[in-house]
Design a protein around this ligand. Sequence first.
Ligand code: FES
Length: 154
Amino acid sequence: MKSDVFCSQDQLLERIKSIYPARSVYLLAALEDAQSGLGYVPEDVIEPMGAYFDIPGEMVCSLIEDCEALQMSPPAKHALHVCQGPICAASGGSDLIGKAREAIGTCEGVQLIAGHCLGLCHDAPVARLDGSTMCRAKPDDVIRQLRLLNPDYS
Ligand code: FES
């Protein structure tokens, strides 16, 4: 069952407890619920959630790390998806992600995703910044778009 937006971590735990029986088989659904409500699974709720489902916190962390749809840190304001599918990787996608990583550097606010095929292989390499797609993208194209978000990206 997907949830509405939660307001706090305490409310999240209360909601999880009200929806899911305290059985380990419900852990993944509860984590997905947390992800859906907050955009991530806060570290603060991992131990109490693990205790509720009788699963050690380390195992909950491992599950989150292994599941691509879950994350433990708040989502960045912007997401840059650089396709690393086979066609894009062979058409400059590897260079593209390297240059994007350099440009973003230590600046916060952009999550760089070495992503899966976006279904636009005929326009490889492909990158997508906040839903805006760049086809036959070159590093300068990506950097130009990043600079529109923040002039510090070089
Ligand atoms: S491999 Fe990049 S869009 Fe398909």
